[in-house]
Design a protein around this ligand. Structure first.
Ligand code: ZN
Length: 229
């Protein structure tokens, strides 16, 4: 990848974008290796790293190739994305703040939860910073199908947490493993992570409402060790 970057850097700036596009199109072996590495890091079963819902079928250049061709083969600039997020929402959008710094949350550097708050009762994201606002807008993070999917994810996680607690009380390790696998492999991994974080805030019982019986499970160190990286 650094050799390919050197080849692009050796060109005049005006020629770099076209050359980067051609090199990206033709180097399928490199793309295959990037895809394999990203797939192993993706949430759920190779889900999109932006929405967490659909299959991450595309390799997205976070900083678009058209803007920064020298990052075409820069490893941290690659994310697995679904075609809806990549081709219909983000496209070549890359908003900058007044100092020229990127305004999208970069999940390889930023913790998305520093900028976004997931309302567990509604399934919608609220922004807590300008980066949060730009990210929700560019990726359409509150589009109705994602909101509905997050509500379903919450139901699946809650049911699995109850199963885990029941299996642990019965010292049934295979059923405990099954419950963890169900949570880990379902789409919208962000919902479970938001639940793990929000279980610790003051008045978490109000956030969890009728699911507040899972709070002791979410605070359990054994369960947290299985679900948090
Ligand atoms: Zn997506």
């Amino acid at each position: 990848m650094s050799e390919l970057t050197d080849r692009i850097a050796a060109l005049r700036p005006a020629e770099r974008v076209a050359s980067a596009r051609a090199l990206w199109r033709t180097n399928s072996a490199v793309k295959g290796m990037i895809r394999e590495a990203l797939a192993a890091m993706a949430p759920g079963v190779q889900r999109c790293m932006y929405c967490g819902d659909s299959l991450g079928a595309d390799i997205d250049h976070f900083d678009p190739l058209s803007r920064t061709p020298l990052r075409t083969f820069d490893w941290p600039n690659h994310l697995l994305a679904c075609s809806v997020c990549n081709s219909h929402h983000k496209r070549d959008l890359f908003p900058l703040d007044e100092r020229g710094k990127p305004l999208l949350i970069d999940p390889t550097v930023d913790d998305p939860f520093d900028h976004l708050l997931l309302s567990l009762s509604v399934g919608e994201y609220r922004a807590t910073t300008p980066k949060g606002i730009a990210t929700i807008t560019v990726f359409g993070l509150n589009r109705p199908l994602l909101v509905r999917g997050r509500q379903q994810a919450r139901r699946v996680v809650v049911a699995s947490l109850r199963n885990w607690a029941k299996a642990r009380a019965a010292a049934d390790e295979p059923d405990m493993d099954e419950a963890i696998l169900t949570i880990r492999e379902q789409p919208f991994a962000d919902v479970c992570h938001a639940m793990l974080r929000q279980a610790d805030v003051p008045r978490a019982d109000l956030i969890f409402g009728r699911d507040q019986d899972v709070l002791p499970t979410l605070r359990d160190p054994d369960l947290r060790a299985r679900l948090l990286p």
